[in-house]
Design a binder for this molecule. Structure first.
Ligand code: GAR
Length: 198
């Protein structure tokens, strides 16, 4: 069974959704490690409650991004991790991890990329006045939410919606879509045309 490390920085509702999907057998993979860069993040409590090994590593403790990622890589190698899933990990992945895990680092983002990349994607959608936003699952590359798109789901913005209500609907969709897409990817059920892709 493939082994997964989840990287997260905050609440961890997507981490929890992946854990639940593992428990019910939907994921078809084992979440073996949580890596977090924020000591106060609630996701650490979730990992502890689920008895999933976790590691809180602050980049501030390292002289460079390369040194930070090398330290993470040692842990990933120690656990024989096959795939990395970013779930609200608010940091760009650097060359060290990208080279070690080619096309094996996946991210979920709360917009229909390439619209509204980066932080505060829901605020960006609200400010732009769009009537449809959504979520994207994509491969991670060196850019900010620029990697090849794997799957998307649209979420309509309705009259009377607030930033909070939109975010809630997107997250509910994320909790369904992310585990399902990961399951398909891990079991080679998604066949992306790699020709010409980045
Ligand atoms: C999720 O909505 C995820 O799409 C977003 O952060 C949230 C984390 O929520 N990620 C990004 O914005 C990445 N650019 P969670 O901690 O409850 O899973």
């Amino acid at each position: 069974m493939k082994k997964i490390a989840v990287f997260a920085s905050g609440n961890g509702s997507n981490f929890q959704a992946l854990v639940e999907a593992e428990k019910t057998g939907v994921l078809g993979a084992k979440i073996s490690l949580l890596i977090c860069d924020q000591p106060e993040a609630y996701v650490l409590k979730r990992a502890s409650a689920e008895r999933i090994p976790f590691l809180c590593v602050s980049p501030k403790c390292y002289s460079s991004k390369v040194a930070y990622e090398q330290a993470l890589l040692e842990q990933l190698n120690r656990e024989n991790i096959d795939f990395i899933l970013l779930a609200g990990y608010m940091r760009l992945i650097g060359a060290t991890l990208l080279q070690a895990y080619p096309r094996r680092i996946i991210n979920i983002h709360p917009s229909l990329l390439p619209a509204f990349p980066g932080k505060d994607a829901v605020d960006q959608a609200v400010n732009a006045g769009v009537k449809v936003t959504g979520l994207t699952v994509h491969y991670v590359d060196e850019g900010m939410d620029t990697g090849q798109i794997i799957a998307q789901r649209a979420v309509e913005i309705e009259t009377g919606d607030t930033r909070e209500s939109i975010q809630k609907r997107i997250q509910l969709a994320e909790h369904q879509v992310y585990p399902a897409v990961v399951q398909q990817l891990l079991h080679d059920c998604i066949n992306l045309n790699l020709e010409g892709s980045k």
